[in-house]
Design a protein around this ligand. Sequence first.
Ligand SMILES: [Ca+2]
Ligand SMILES: [Ca+2]
Length: 478
Amino acid sequence: MRSVLPLISLFGMLACGPKSSTDIPTDGTAVADEGSIRLILNDPTQFERPTDNCDAEHCQALLEIIEGATQSIDFAIYGMRNQTKIRDALVAAKSRGVVVRGVVDRDLEGKNYYSSTEALVDALGDVRSDLKADRKIAKQEARDRYDREPKCERPEGFEGPLQCLAYDLGESCLLAAHASREPLEGGAKIMHDKFFIVDRRFVWTGSTNVSDSGTGGYNANLVTVVDSKVLAGWYTDEFEQMYVEGKYHGRKPKPSGQKKVTLGDAELEVYFSPQESPISSRLRPLIRGAKDRIDVAVFFLTHKHIVGDLIDAYRRGVRVRVILDATGAKNGYTKHELLRAAGIAVKVEHWGGKMHMKSAVIDGETVITGSMNWTSSGDTKNDENTIIVHSPALAKQYEAFFETIWNDIPDAWLTANPDPESKDSTTACSDGVDNDFDHDADAEDPGCGDDAPPLPALPPWRIVPKNGRLTCELGMAE
Ligand SMILES: [Ca+2]
Ligand SMILES: [Ca+2]
């Protein structure tokens, strides 16, 4: 039998290793490290349905580092569905003496969204979750809840928290009020990361869930694989805040420096949500600084300020294109119709799989990657990670991929919105998936029938002339 002593000492080292806060320069300079970065973009048009195999390149890359692990695997994932090869590889690593630790998401009832998560937790043992933190935060929020004075009129039929919007279009103003159809309760925050750290050297991360539609290859996703001890150290600190200290969401303290590392020709910046609010602190300034072109590919685009920045970029002559997920385009807070009203080219995807990326490329220079949707929750509530990569070569790779999938989506979806589970959406009626989360899949879904009902309407918007006024304000008269 293998001696347990080396394991205990290794575990001790892992759990009590130096905090990298001391390794983060406070003057914003980048740390130089040996290593490399690889972007893997998964093309959803190559797959007809979710699968339990691991043939897609991003899954292979994950399997490779798990199978090569000699000391440690730390993972923070939303959950797991199918993906037997990944589970088996983790179990095999553990049985050959690798220390395997993990965290997953749970809701206030202790449940996880994905059906194979419990089997993974049972097989590995050392897997924890955000359940306790969620319950504490929910209690606090219940105490803090208060009614805010609404600053705009609620659209009829939309009961959720109200978002009042006013965007400047130069001679006119674009005004809207957004809310979800259903009232939203203050629910659990999400441990939404999808990263693995192997041997404190390799980090596999991005938008891909470990699921039949994620690593199984059905959805459009972007994975970043980084070989860097420095970057792995930052991810380990983030992991241990959750795993060792039980700190999730708003309970994670704000770090003191900016995490930047150079790997060859690429410079990487790392941000964790919510403590670093990456949208407010970094994505918005990047968009405000764009000079030539921005291509965005996201699942949800509901953050009101980043939408204002995209409109401003477009108005100063930057070419802006957006590919949005068709389910995301049904959300009561989606801003894509406002972007279109401002003149920006937005295509809503028409695949069976989802546009699950949370990313953009700016000026052929900077790629935004990670797990964070462009939403207020992604910025300020959930556990998320974002890597910003400055590299013309990787930007070129992203732009080529974007061009391919942009051209794959018919121009009809520049103005209309495909029903995500209907004959509008390639394989959606034969993929075995409830693509639009209404509890009916394929032939059972009314959208796949001959008389498909129209999509429910989104909240309205209007354009009002400025008539000499300097700013756009809510409640402006025509
Ligand atoms: Ca389906
Ligand atoms: Ca459905």
